[in-house]
Design a protein around this ligand. Structure first.
Ligand code: HEC
Length: 484
């Protein structure tokens, strides 16, 4: 029989013992894989910079992720403890973590089994290889661009981010992950060469025209990491303006200028880093710009302002503003592509916030037309040999549609929607422009191959949530119809 006072203190004690202690739970159950400092280990980093876009974090912790090392904790942690852990891992870090040149160098892991082949170990055209990033289980498939056979499939670091970059001869590819890992893969040998963690949270990479320098744009720490072609760290450039660090939203390769061009997220400047001696040139601008598109000679760029309502064209030689374009609805200039129309060069950009494509005259940056689409899009592709541009409708209820647009009339000639209700997005041409590959962007997804002329389906390859596809030739030759 419990005495009333004891009963009362039991009541008081209960909520205390049930009170969640996320720091202790994290240290006990999570730190071994995700790192004591939450910066990652065998599991990914658990910080707001990366978890901001992850849905259902509580379900992941409770139930785990099927066929990965991430098991569920519902049997060991109460729902309250799990809720507290979600708050814990999505809270900002209490100090700015350090990721020094020594730590970068120490993270470098070369594949001990790697043997460079003397020639490609397959019969396919090595310049018509297309890589398919499969985000569903963090792999890349290596596709023969003529027969559409999968030649190999390899594991990437967790959560590939930004486009892979090929060495100028098309033999090697560098792949970057959200947690700042850069992986080098030898396409001829179909083998990983190695990997290194260039930063803790990164945006994308660029490669110099001679293939000797790889630049990594970072949010955490705010910096640009320069690696050599063997993944040795060469330079860590802290991106600070007047003593205040600025994140780097993206780095772009400007081959004709022999430079990397940096978009700074938190400062009204554009930086240009020479790929030769790594000297830095700072270009002051009126307000921060992001998401760059370049003229074919790389002399001018057009970037989007923070409010996402205009495009600003800057001349990189003299640093002056050349034009301002009204582009409401968050233009996604980085996805822009160009082609010839009536003897003039035009570029087109999708908008993330509006169902239109803006077509812009590149001689005077004037707006030629806004093509109405069935929703906001993300990616555009064309090819010099094709009369069409392929435009997805990534966002909104029509994400299952792919528009095919005539480059001259600027009219939609056909809308493909083979998988009602499922995301059908991102296209890529083969080297000769004869076929187009489109992603059924779902976990039980596929790459669907079309005849680029007749627009008939030719083949379907099952893939795990395929996202981007990258043809070696189109990328290394900077083919007009591909974004860079
Ligand atoms: C045995 C290693 C291991 C342990 C222990 C572990 N995790 Fe994980 N965790 C992983 C791996 C590996 C992944 C990536 C799974 C995948 O491929 O989607 C992951 C993924 C996650 C994700 C999704 C991250 C994202 O960006 O998609 C969250 C959230 C997470 N873990 C939280 C936790 C928490 C909280 C704990 C402790 C209660 C924990 N994990 C314990 C290995 C582990």
């Amino acid at each position: 029989m419990i005495r009333p006072t004891a009963f009362f203190s039991l009541l008081l004690a209960l909520p205390l013992t049930a009170h969640a202690d996320p720091a202790a739970d994290y240290a006990e159950h999570c730190a071994a894989c995700h790192g004591e400092d939450r910066l990652g280990g065998t599991g990914p980093a658990l910080i707001p910079e990366t978890l901001g876009r992850v849905r259902g974090i509580d379900t992941v912790i409770a139930q785990g992720r099927v066929s990965t090392q991430m098991e569920g904790f519902a049997d060991r942690l109460s729902p309250e403890s799990i809720t507290a852990l979600v708050d814990y891992v999505t809270a900002p870090l209490d100090h700015r973590p350090d990721w020094s040149a020594e730590q970068i160098a120490a993270s470098r892991e070369m594949n001990p089994d790697y043997q460079p082949a003397e020639k490609p170990v397959f019969a396919a055209d090595p310049l018509n290889i297309t890589l398919v990033v499969e985000t569903g289980d963090h792999h890349v498939s290596v596709l023969d661009g003529d027969t559409f056979e999968v030649l190999a499939r390899f594991a990437t670091p967790f959560a590939v981010h930004g486009g892979p970059k090929f060495s100028p001869d098309g033999r090697f590819v560098y792949i970057m992950s959200r947690d700042g890992w850069v992986q080098k893969y030898d396409i001829w040998s179909l083998a990983e060469v190695g990997r290194i963690r260039a930063a803790l949270n990164s945006r994308n990479i660029a490669i110099s025209p001679d293939g000797q320098r790889i630049a990594v744009a970072n949010y955490l720490p705010e910096s640009l990491t320069i690696l050599d072609s063997d993944l040795n760290p060469l330079r860590l450039i802290a991106t600070q303006v007047d003593g205040t660090p600025s994140r780097v939203s993206a780095v772009y390769q400007a081959p004709q200028r022999h430079s990397f061009v940096l978009a700074l997220k938190d400062a009204p400047e554009i930086w240009e880093v020479a790929t030769t001696d790594l000297s830095i040139r700072r270009i002051p601008i009126d307000e921060p710009l992001d998401d760059f598109f370049f003229s074919p000679d790389y002399r001018q760029l057009i970037g989007a302002n923070r409010d996402g309502d205009k495009g600003v064209a800057i001349d990189l030689d003299d640093g002056h503003k050349v034009a301002e374009l009204p582009l409401p609805g968050m233009p996604h200039l980085g996805s822009g592509i160009t082609w010839e129309r009536d003897g003039r060069r035009v570029m087109a950009t999708p908008h993330l916030g509006e169902g239109v494509l803006s077509v812009i005259d590149m001689q005077d940056w004037s707006l030629v037309k806004q093509i109405k689409t069935s929703g906001p899009g993300f990616f555009l592709r064309g090819h010099a040999t094709s009369p069409y541009v392929w435009a997805d409708v990534f966002f909104g209820p029509h994400k299952d549609e792919m528009h095919v647009i005539d480059k001259q009339t600027l009219e939609i000639v056909k809308t493909l929607a083979p998988f009602p209700g499922q995301t059908f997005a991102h296209s890529e041409f083969t080297r000769d422009g004869s076929h187009v590959l489109v992603s059924l962007w779902e976990d039980e997804g596929a790459v669907v191959i079309y005849d680029a002329k007749t627009l008939d389906e030719v083949k379907r390859l099952p893939m795990r949530k395929p996202s981007g596809k990258y043809n070696v030739w189109n990328k290394i030759t900077f083919e007009d119809g591909t974004s860079h």
